[in-house]
Design a protein around this ligand. Structure first.
Ligand SMILES: Cc1cc2nc3c(=O)[nH]c(=O)nc-3n(C[C@H](O)[C@H](O)[C@H](O)COP(=O)(O)OP(=O)(O)OC[C@H]3O[C@@H](n4cnc5c(N)ncnc54)[C@H](O)[C@@H]3O)c2cc1C
Length: 404
């Protein structure tokens, strides 16, 4: 059996390895259009490669996938974070878990992961061809004709497409002979630009728990929030950008958010609590201590936003000022004026529609023998190792079925 794997990223190499392990007699060639394998993996996670997330409950795991969440449920029953962890550990690559669940090689070097994958692929007999881009896949009787960018072509019995995502719909033009529905690509995982210069002055400050809502939508996320030189970032914002990728693109990335800096408080409770502080601390200046555990600079900014001078004594704070402070603490309105990339990590939402794919095998419903894995599919995850996990899981399933 002649098998071609298109794409030398995480999904393609892992898929090629599984195909070789499940069918050692198959003749498997992996084609990568650039001169280098695994280039994204090598720069991922700040050069450390966030291999997966230590989330061992598949019900929770799927909540990390704005596109593909329901569909991946069954796929994770076949291959989940514990499986990739064991896969690497059994090949001598130990992983460690950081407090937020992200898993990295203990070496903190993405080369450890890349070297392991490439060496297993080579030992399993996968032939690797770099600078070998595919410009067309043409379904023919009993197989597929691949046309290479240099004009040559060749026939294969089975093909795995693991070519990653692209920022434009035209990225998928080379698949046009397969007549598949492509969901137009859009960026996911971005941070929010907010023009207020007084906010930028607090760059670097974070709060562990905030609730952010996008006005006039159902989009909301709760979690750590980070103030940056250009606006807001942190897990809550990144998750919002992923779940809202399409809605926020439709708004041209111009929208409003409300931030609750104290999501556990109800409005009445917070008003009573601040009134108590006003009595108990009446002789103190409002800016001398931060009553809710905020960093001092953030608290003073919050006072400023509420027109309460930080040298004003608590006894002199009016009810009107308290009302304003309560509103700012629980529903601060901020206009968002655009997006920025997150540490150069970006993922595309969109790609080959999952309706085209049998998720039990990753085989294309219209074209038996044609398989898909990784970011080329309309699957994307939040930051934290979810995107690589999708590549391992879909690569694994495609690989074993490719070799059958
Ligand atoms: C800077 C950065 C950091 C990231 N960090 C993380 C992280 O820490 N954790 C995480 O989970 N995710 C991370 N991601 C996302 C993650 O890298 C991707 O989701 C993952 O690489 C997808 O794997 P893939 O194999 O599907 O695609 P890719 O890794 O994109 O690989 C696809 C390959 O196919 C090749 N190709 C494309 N078209 C053709 C063609 N026609 N012919 C032949 N070859 C072709 C490409 O050159 C490429 O090498 C990061 C992304 C970026 C950009």
């Amino acid at each position: 059996m002649k098998i071609a794997v298109i794409g030398g990223g995480a999904a393609g190499i892992f898929g090629a390895i599984q195909a070789a392990l499940s069918n050692p007699d198959a003749d498997i060639t992996l084609f990568e259009k650039s001169g280098k394998l695994l280039s994204k993996l090598l720069i991922s996670g700040g050069g450390r490669c966030n291999v997966t997330n230590a989330c061992f409950d598949n019900g929770l795991l799927i909540q990390g996938y704005p596109r593909g969440n329901k569909e991946l449920r069954g796929a994770f029953e076949q291959f989940a974070p514990a499986d990739i962890m064991n896969w690497f550990q059994s090949r001598g690559v130990k992983l460690k878990t950081e407090p937020d669940g992200r898993m990295f090689p203990v070496t903190d070097r993405s080369e450890t992961i890349a070297d392991c994958l490439i060496s297993v692929a080579e030992k399993s007999g996968v032939k690797i061809k770099t600078n070998a881009g595919i410009s067309k896949i043409i379904p023919v009787e009993n197989g597929y004709k691949l046309v290479f960018q240099d004009g040559n072509s060749n026939l294969y019995d089975r093909v795995l497409v693991a070519a990653g995502g692209g920022p434009k719909l035209s990225f998928f033009d080379w698949l046009s002979d397969c007549n598949l529905e492509i969901i137009p690509p859009l960026p996911s995982l971005f941070t929010f630009n907010i023009a207020d210069k007084s906010l930028h002055e607090m760059a670097g400050i974070s709060v562990p728990d905030a609730l952010i809502r996008v006005t006039d939508t159902k989009l909301l996320q709760r979690g750590p929030l980070l103030i940056t030189h250009w606006g807001l970032s942190g897990p809550a914002i990144l998750k919002l950008s992923a779940w809202g990728a399409r809605d926020l693109a439709d708004k041209g990335y111009q929208f409003s958010i409300t931030v609750s800096w104290l999501p556990d408080y109800k409005e009445d409770e917070l008003r009573s609590r601040i009134s108590e502080i006003r009595v108990a601390e009446n002789k103190k200046q409002t800016g001398t201590f931060s009553p809710f555990g905020f960093p001092a600079r953030l608290w003073k900014w919050m006072l400023l936003q509420s027109e309460i001078p930080d040298e004003m004594r608590w006894a002199d704070v009016s009810n009107k000022q308290i009302n304003k402070l309560v509103i700012n603490l629980l529903q601060m309105n901020m206009p968002v004026t655009g997006k920025s990339t997150f540490k150069e990590e970006f993922v595309t939402a969109g790609g080959v529609s999952l309706k085209e794919i049998n998720l039990k095998t990753m085989e294309c419903k219209k074209h038996p023998g044609l398989f898909f894995a990784g970011e080329v599919l309309n699957i994307d995850g939040i930051t934290g190792g979810y995107n690589f996990q999708a590549a391992w899981t879909t690569g694994y399933i495609a690989g074993i079925n490719l070799g059958l």
